[in-house]
Design a protein around this ligand. Structure first.
Ligand SMILES: N[C@@H](CCC(=O)N[C@@H](CS)C(=O)NCC(=O)O)C(=O)O
Length: 234
């Protein structure tokens, strides 16, 4: 049995981590049985969530896990894609994971109002004396990482403009199709549910969230995946 390790569900989302939603959505779409076990990045083989354990192996990174699952259980979602369809999905996934994900992360950590909401959840169980300084300390470290990555060097207006462009591009590529590449879901839809779905339905307000919610086709696409694959959480 696959054990999926990820932080606990929160904010009405399958998980506050987009990459965890991606992997759990993939497992559900591909109908691979799994069990959930709560885990934090500090316990993970690569220091990031999600990860899985299977047959005494621990495997980190959502994309590498999906590759592993395809080898072990077959490839019912992406197996029939043409090379061009796969390439389009891959390019879109990179836009979501290497660009829009950081905009989303920025919206939680950089914005004071959002950070207050996020920190209340993240540091919930912490003793009160520590809660007085640890959240701001952790926040400082994350903001430094944003500088190293690059997103932290922009003004918030610039960051959200980058995110809105990614969303506009996704909307144009989705068109009026039920799923990104056609009538059936692929692993790239699982990724979109993680990154775009968490932006849309999370409690963190931003111009990017407004842009997603304003699009009937994109909102409908996310809502459809929630209804089809996560109806038990509704
Ligand atoms: N490439 C990784 C990215 C995973 C990732 O960035 N996870 C974040 C949560 S969304 C994390 O664990 N961050 C903790 C940290 O960087 O210390 C994947 O696809 O799984």
């Amino acid at each position: 049995m696959i054990i999926l390790h990820q932080p606990k569900r929160a904010f009405g989302l399958p998980c506050p981590s987009a990459f965890c939603v991606k992997l759990e959505a993939y497992l559900r779409m591909a109908e691979v049985p799994y069990e959930l076990l709560e885990g934090e990045p500090t316990d993970a083989p690569k220091g990031k969530v999600p990860w899985i354990t299977h047959n005494d192996k621990a495997i980190g990174d959502s994309s590498l896990v999906i590759e592993y699952l395809k080898c072990e259980f077959g490839d019912p979602l992406d197996g029939k894609l043409s090379v061009k369809e796969w390439a389009l999905g891959h390019a879109i996934q990179k836009m979501l994971e290497e660009s829009l994900y950081f905009v989303s992360s920025y919206s939680k950590w950089a914005d004071d109002e959002s950070f207050a909401i996020y920190a209340a959840e993240l540091f919930q169980g912490m003793p009160e004396e520590q809660r007085a300084y640890v959240p701001e300390m952790v926040r400082g470290k994350v903001l430094e990482k944003f500088k190293a990555q690059g997103i932290g060097r922009h003004s918030s207006a610039e960051v959200y403009a980058i995110g809105c462009k990614d969303v506009a591009s996704f909307i144009a590529l989705l068109g009026d199709k039920p799923y990104l590449l056609g009538a059936a879901p692929t692993s790239f839809d699982a990724c979109a549910l993680g990154v775009i779905g968490n932006l849309k339905d999370g409690p963190f307000k931003s111009p990017v969230q407004d842009e997603i919610r304003a699009s009937a086709s994109l909102s409908g696409y996310i809502d459809r995946m929630r209804a089809n694959y996560f109806s038990d959480l509704a």
